[in-house]
Design a binder for this molecule. Structure first.
Ligand SMILES: Nc1ncnc2c1ncn2[C@@H]1O[C@H](COP(=O)(O)OP(=O)(O)OP(=O)(O)O)[C@@H](O)[C@H]1O
Ligand SMILES: [Mg+2]
Length: 262
């Protein structure tokens, strides 16, 4: 059952250390993060290069495991899930727009978009119909049968979006979805993401250096040196997707604002 405003992610004491021994260059990229994300939120994760944004995104998206702490999805402690269960959960509930999750360049655009449905065991005819529908949403119907490698950068990003939405996910994770694009194309990608967010109530979690994109999100979490240094609701936002922040006592920007001494 989906309920607007319900808590979707709870991060508890998240710590991520890469490598085992300090002498061998072990590095703690996340230093104990606690926060919640509700269904229907659009959250920008911002901060300098190397601050830990992608690391955090990978933990939330259940692509990597924390060294300490946990991520709850709804009531479920995801650290208890087996790899197979994690894979199925990601396939069914999440969509990814990650630069490292790139497409199969030699395959057609349509096959790339159909892939998550194939993994989910959807029958070929339905796969095709749904993939074409997703391509229509990003205005790339005419490129369905082209090789993925033949597309422009912005078109490739749109194929990634089509692939991310084809399973009708609850959450879209996007890591720099407008990176390397000119501002007009970036704006177009941003608009597609936000129309999906509004019209299909998809929770958006976006890592970005793009101020336009970050400012369209109603919440911004700033990471510095592996810690949350700011967590703000943007005032007067056009789309606040739920209305029960007051109930939780975190509606007020000042209450929500966390400034950590460094
Ligand atoms: N696999 C890894 N092994 C060791 N250190 C890593 C690994 N992945 C990331 N790091 C380190 O963890 C820190 C955080 O990296 P992360 O990729 O999360 O940064 P980021 O905020 O996404 O940066 P950017 O904006 O450049 O993408 C960096 O100092 C990075 O060097
Ligand atoms: Mg990154």
């Amino acid at each position: 059952m989906q309920k607007q405003g319900e808590i979707l992610f709870r991060a508890k004491g998240l710590i991520k250390t890469y490598g085992k021994r300090k002498s061998a260059g072990a590095f703690t990229a996340l230093k104990g993060l606690d926060f919640e994300i509700k269904r229907g939120e659009a959250v920008a994760i911002i901060g300098k290069s190397g601050s830990g944004k992608s690391t955090l995104m990978h933990l939330l998206a259940l692509l990597d495991k924390p060294t300490k702490g946990k991520v709850l999805l709804g009531e479920e402690d995801t650290t208890k899930l087996r790899q197979k269960e994690l894979n199925a959960l990601r396939n069914q509930r999440f969509g990814f727009i990650f630069q490292s999750f790139f497409m199969n360049a030699n395959d057609t655009v349509l096959n790339n978009v159909m892939l998550p449905l194939k993994i989910a065991g959807v029958k070929p005819k339905e796969r095709r119909e749904r993939a074409l529908e997703a391509l229509k949403a990003v205005e790339l119907t005419d490129k369905a049968n082209n090789k993925a490698s033949d597309l422009s950068g912005g078109q490739k990003q749109r194929v990634c979006i089509a692939r991310a939405i084809v399973n009708e996910p609850e959450v879209i994770f996007a890591d720099e979805p407008t990176g390397n694009l000119d501002s007009a194309t970036g704006m177009r990608i941003t608009n597609i993401l936000f129309s999906l967010h509004r019209n299909r109530n998809i929770t958006l979690i976006v890592v970005t250096h793009d101020a336009d994109l970050a400012n369209k999100c109603h919440r911004q979490i700033r990471i510095a040196d592996g810690k949350i240094v700011k967590d703000v609701l943007m005032p007067n936002h056009e789309h606040v997707p739920y209305h029960d922040y007051d109930v939780d006592g975190i509606a007020d920007e000042t209450e929500r604002f966390v400034e950590v001494e460094e």
